[in-house]
Design a protein around this ligand. Structure first.
Ligand code: BGC
Length: 867
């Protein structure tokens, strides 16, 4: 009934026009109970893993179960997250470690290209290989669960602090790449975690205490991302479904609120969307301290609390841990919910054949020996760092291939690139050389005084062997007897810049733009970027160089879109390359492309605007009531879709990127994968009633105290109760269960659900689009081709962006080579979310198919009609 009321409210709001009734978006409907694992038909491997997990859980005491759901506290183990153990059954602590581009806080590792960087390769294969390489290094360091990949932030804001960690604001691209990342990582017996579900699009106000600490004293609640139903499904949740479909083991919930309800206690998202509709069979972990309530979060679908501490960092006071023990004993939380939490944790561990218990590094010190429980200064003096070099040829190649293929050629006139007939070249810009502090420039890489290797925050790692662009170019230039000079001077009257730039046959300027997580402030940017201009006076350095050198080449390394207007049309700027933070091999890759050893093949994973105001602004003001509301009024019109819909011409559109070679596309054909593509989803299979092994232990309060052989460590999080006297002491008041609360599993399946990844019909091939691509030279090169589809626009309520990416492919083509390209367009790729139906729908009408080199440069088109 309540769902119905919510729907009606939502409907009224939608019919009234999006966001006319803003209050309608400040509520998130209830969804209870948390769907149990095993209720959707799965493949044999999931089923077998589930059975093993269930048998284990049936043999666990309440204390043992609770211990698996909760971290041991910040710095209470080798990794950023460490779960409690079940010694009796040989279950060791799980090591959870960031992050999205490599292993955080570890030595002797590879710094891989960032998410946004690898996305610009538009290559499933390179993303898969990068995932496999990351998985491999994680496995060797003893990491069981890597907190990667990122699809939230999706990239709503050009200046969102963490958009470089993820792939792209295009949900289709982000989803396909996330699936590859998950498959690559998990193939190495390491669990992937797709994060952060959902709406974590900006750093501003993501957490209360953190942002009050930045001086926003009037803030009373974290930001609420208020997203309409259709946009949630078609944009922000979309890539999560791809990751679930790829069998991701875990999902991390986000810090901020979603439609007025805290991300980690949002029953609609966690129970309704993720576990019911997407059929997710793993566990939901909280972001670090994103859990803001105990029972409410547990009921809303949260399965694991990280890092274990609850409301405050490192104080040893949990929201799960012994509090969860208590809530079961006093009957507030049913034990079967805890059983489900633990089964959800164990099943993917077994499914992925993970053997926990072997981290050989410490996140907290570089010393070889130290405290075992660093946060408690206890358990010393043990070997905590074995300094194992986990890099090998495969991981190095994956990182280098990714960096090479990521560079996007934005401009190339007068045959400036690749460099030819050059005797002397000068290199400029802070971005060309390693900064004064070295490549590792502070905890979480909170710095930007040198070449950009990555952004800052939990998504960063410590580079082991970084080669700067200057060093890489110099090394390469020596082969051709080219003299290399330069300066990183960037401020003042730029005397050296003026002097040197008139000397060389070419001048190369390395400029950058940085951002990160709001755990750190760099140059006044609290995670999110304050603007889209180049850092370190970059525009003026470029202009100064271009004043003297008619062959000025600019290489931009950036965490996201930047404004290039001050010099992009300067005739002396003959070539421009752009890349995201590319990790260890950013310098080498730039040298490879500049000298033509490798041809550029990257495509922009975002749009570069002419005016900064063309982008969706951040919410940076705290309103009078202290409750910042962020209305996602643009709906699904993100990035290029917004520019297309608003008829705004950008400087460089999504998907743009030039080649050194002449590429042609021909012979387009679109064929139905089967006749009569249906309009609606067929009903899924009914829910499975999973076998439930009988639990062998009945929890009793007097069995939950500290065992004699455990001497509690200071600030360590335990499942045990110190004192059982307050368990039932609720003053006769009943726990205020949320509206719509129930403990009975639903006996029907949501039409969108029914399998891992949702209704299997979503993923059926609907359309095959084929064409040929030829490389007429003069370079062997990677070639990215793109497919966009325009949906019927007759139904006012279901209007879509003018065109949406629905296929992409990167191929390697030698000179003279021709290849056939096939795009497999799935039913979901043609579907829209019908708010009234609360389901997907493939509209009847005319569809237009566009194939080309970018989101605006189409070479081939065709159309088809569904009747
Ligand atoms: C970040 C997560 C990260 C976690 C653990 C949080 O601040 O938002 O992405 O995985 O810390 O380091």
């Amino acid at each position: 009934m309540l769902n119905l009321i919510f729907l009606l409210t939502l409907l009224t709001a939608v019919l009234a026009g999006p966001f006319d009734d803003k209050d309608a978006y400040k509520v998130s409907p209830p969804y209870y109970p948390a769907p149990e694992i095993g209720r959707v038909p799965t493949d044999l491997r999931w089923r077998a893993a589930l059975k093993v997990a269930q048998d284990l859980v049936a043999n666990m005491t309440l204390i043992e179960k609770v211990n698996m759901t909760t971290g041991t506290g910040w710095e209470m183990g080798a990794c950023v997250g460490n779960t409690g153990t079940v010694e009796r059954l040989g279950i060791k602590s799980l090591c959870l470690q960031d992050g999205p581009l490599g292993i955080r806080f570890a030595d002797l590792i590879t710094t891989f290209p960032a998410g946004i960087t690898i996305a610009s390769t538009f290559s499933r294969q390179l993303v898969n290989e990068r995932g496999a390489a990351m998985g491999r290094e994680n496995r060797r360091k003893g990491v069981d669960i890597t907190l990667s990949p990122v699809v939230g932030p999706l990239g709503r804001h050009a200046n969102g602090g963490r958009i470089w960690e993820g792939f792209s604001a295009d949900p289709y691209l982000a989803g396909k790449l996330a699936a590859e990342a998950v498959t690559g990582i998990q193939g190495q017996n390491v669990m992937a975690v797709v994060k952060h579900i959902v709406g974590n699009e900006q750093e501003h106000f993501r957490q209360l205490g953190e942002w009050q600490g930045f001086g926003f004293k009037d803030l009373k609640q974290p930001l609420s991302s208020n997203i309409d139903d259709r946009t949630l499904n078609e944009a922000y949740l979309w890539p999560f479904a791809d990751a679930v479909r790829a069998n991701v083991g875990s999902v991390m919930c986000s810090y901020q609120q979603i439609n007025g309800s805290q991300g980690c206690q949002n029953a609609h998202i966690l129970n309704g969307k993720l576990k019911e509709e997407m059929g997710f069979q793993g566990f939901v972990m909280s972001d670090w301290l994103a859990q803001r309530s105990g029972v409410a979060s547990t009921l809303a679908g949260l399965d694991m609390s990280m890092p274990g501490d609850g409301l405050v960092w490192a104080d040893g006071v949990p929201l799960m841990g012994y509090e969860l023990t208590k809530s079961v004993l006093n009957g507030t939380v049913q034990e079967k919910r805890v059983d489900d939490m633990v089964t959800r944790i164990l099943t993917p561990i077994i499914y992925l054949s993970i053997t926990p218990g072997n981290p050989n590094f410490s996140s907290w010190t570089n010393d070889t020996t130290s405290w075992k429980y660093y946060g408690a200064k206890a358990g010393g003096n043990v070997t905590v760092n074995r300094h194992i070099d986990v890099r090998d040829e495969y991981t190095t190649k994956a990182a280098l291939d990714g960096a090479n293929a990521a560079l996007v050629l934005l401009k190339n006139v007068k045959s400036a690139l690749p460099l030819k007939n050059i005797g002397k070249v000068n290199i400029f810009g802070i971005g060309s050389a390693t900064g004064p502090l070295g490549a590792v420039c502070g905890e979480n890489m909170q710095c930007s005084d040198g070449a950009l290797i990555e952004g800052w925050g939990s998504g960063s790692v410590y580079p082991t062997d970084y080669q700067s662009p200057f060093a890489a170019i110099k090394e390469r230039a020596e082969q051709d007897n080219i003299t290399v000079g330069g300066t990183t001077e960037s401020w003042g009257n730029l005397t050296k810049v003026h002097q040197l730039s008139s000397e060389g046959d070419a001048s190369i300027v390395f400029v950058l733009s940085d951002s990160g997580e709001s755990t750190g402030i760099v140059d006044g940017n609290i995670g999110d970027r304050n603007n889209l201009t180049l850092w370190h006076n970059g525009d003026n350095v470029v202009k100064a160089v271009a004043e003297h050198n008619p062959n000025t080449i600019v290489v931009v390394t950036t965490v996201g879109p930047v404004n290039l207007e001050k010099w992009i049309n300067n005739p002396n700027v003959t070539a421009v390359l752009l890349t995201g933070p590319a990790g260890d091999f950013g310098g080498r890759a730039a040298a490879n492309i500049l000298f033509g050893d490798i041809a550029p093949s990257g495509k922009l994973p975002f749009t570069i605007a002419k005016n900064d105001t063309d982008y969706i602004p951040l919410t940076t003001e705290v309103p009078k009531d202290g409750l910042p509301q962020d209305y996602f009024t643009e709906g699904t019109l993100l990035d290029y879709k917004r520019f297309d819909a608003n008829k705004v011409t950008p400087r460089f559109e999504f998907g743009y990127g030039l080649s050194y070679s002449n590429i042609t596309l021909d012979n387009l054909e679109a064929r139905y994968a089967f006749p009569n593509i249906p309009e609606f989803l067929p009903p899924p299979l009914p829910p499975v009633n999973p076998r439930k092994p009988r639990n062998n232990f009945v929890p009793r309060a007097n069995e939950t105290g500290f065992p004699d052989d455990i001497h509690p460590l200071h600030k360590y999080v335990y499942p045990y109760l110190n004192d059982t006297s307050d368990i039932f002491n609720s003053n006769g008041t009943q726990y205020p269960y949320p509206d719509g609360f129930s403990t009975t599993q639903k006996n029907d399946t949501n039409v969108n659900g029914g399998a891992v990844g949702g209704n299997p019909a979503l993923w059926l091939s609907a359309l095959y689009v084929v064409h040929s691509v030829s490389n007429y030279g003069p370079y062997d090169t990677g070639v990215v081709t793109q497919l966009y589809i325009a949906f019927p626009q007759d139904n006012d309520g279901l209007k879509t962006a003018p065109r949406q990416l629905r296929g992409f492919e990167r191929s390697e083509l030698k000179v003279g080579e021709q290849k056939g390209i096939l795009y497999n367009v799935q039913w979901r790729d043609l579907a829209v979310w019908d708010v009234e139906l609360q389901s997907w729908r493939v509209q009847r009408g005319e569809y237009h198919v566009y194939v080309g080199h970018s989101s605006r440069d189409f070479v081939l088109t065709t159309s088809f009609t569904l009747t």
